[in-house]
Design a protein around this ligand. Structure first.
Ligand code: SF4
Length: 326
């Protein structure tokens, strides 16, 4: 799931996200949330105010070397399958790294900042080290999977589906994102594969990664009418492969969780009440300067605040707090 690795709080699919975040444009440039991806769902569960800053205010974030490396590695692993099976070798894959970096840089010239010294000059040594790290991650993949024996059904697959009847007005919830790789066995069994360029989390911290995978399993189930048989996380940072075989009841529980999450997001959008939720992940947040938890003041709320109807609107903080337990 391209939605990718999570070397920092945003993950490699955070500010360098490949998934378009659904949003209805307003004349002011501010946006009302119109769809949900696993990354942004994770943002809201981590900190509702962070979600607001990213989705509604669209505040800029500094590029991250780790996140950018994740994007390059994902591109290499996707491109490698363009070659005939026998030619999908580690040297060939490593050789793709500089070119994929150049392509990304051409699309996002601001990434050059990552390799600039304080005096503004280009830091070639830092770039070389960074590229070598990316090559090491690519090479490690060959110890975990054998691309000469794989014929993916899809790579970087954009998926989108609507959960009918979700949301306060029952208009439905659009779920969307990119899946890194989909393998389909001759039996028709579906395997969803996600590459992570970070390390495998300790067992007690695996819920976030599993949430992302079950989110995609639910979307694929809805799209194809067949529940994925296996979800596979490939951690290139630590050389681990985690697999998970979802049960129907678990995916239905994910759907209920997403419905509740979307209601909470809609409520916060209408009331303008986005609560900060400080955790140790604040250390990775680019928005401390405008966060009340760090003495800052958020920018004026750019969307209209809808009048609350007495007795029918749950206080936003309560709904937001509830998501931890959903
Ligand atoms: S600094 Fe922490 S509490 Fe504030 S917006 Fe960022 S993640 Fe939320």
């Amino acid at each position: 799931m391209g939605i990718a690795s999570e070397e920092n709080a945003a993950g490699a699919d955070g500010p360098v996200a490949r998934a378009p975040e659904g949003a209805a444009e307003r004349p002011s440039g501010a946006v009302r949330p119109a769809a949900l991806s696993p990354s942004r769902a994770g943002d809201f569960m981590q900190c509702p105010l962070l979600y607001r800053f990213r989705v509604i205010d669209k505040l800029p974030e500094k590029p991250s070397a780790a996140a950018t490396r994740g994007t390059v590695v994902h591109s290499v692993l996707e491109r490698l399958f363009d070659a005939p099976a026998a030619e999908r070798t580690a040297p060939r894959a490593k050789g793709l790294v500089p070119g994929e970096w150049e392509k990304l840089l051409a699309a996002r010239p601001q990434l050059a900042e990552l390799f600039r010294r304080e005096d503004g000059s280009h830091d070639g040594d830092r770039l070389a080290t960074w590229l070598a790290d990316a090559e090491r991650l690519v090479e490690r993949w060959f110890t975990l999977e054998d691309p000469t024996r794989l014929e993916p059904a899809d790579r970087e697959l954009y998926v989108e589906t609507v959960i009918e009847g979700a949301g306060g007005d029952g208009a439905g919830l659009t779920l969307r994102g990119f899946i890194d790789r989909v393998d389909v066995a001759p039996t028709g069994d579906i395997r969803i594969v996600d590459y992570k360029t970070g390390k495998a989390p300790a067992p007690q911290y695996r819920d976030g990664a599993l949430f992302q995978m079950t989110f995609y399993a639910l979307v694929m189930w809805r799209l194809r009418g067949r529940m994925p048989r296996r979800l596979q996380l490939v951690y290139l940072g630590s050389g681990d492969v985690l697999t998970y075989d979802p049960a129907e009841a678990e995916l239905l529980a994910v759907e209920r969780k997403l419905r509740a999450l979307w209601e909470a997001i809609e409520l916060a959008t209408d009331t303008g009440d986005w609560r900060p939720r400080p955790t140790k992940l604040c250390g990775w947040c680019d928005h401390q300067a405008v966060c009340p938890e760090f003495g800052g003041t958020p920018p004026p709320y750019p969307l209209p605040v809808v009048a609350q109807r007495a007795g029918q609107v749950t206080p936003a903080g309560a709904a937001q707090g509830r998501m931890d337990a959903v």
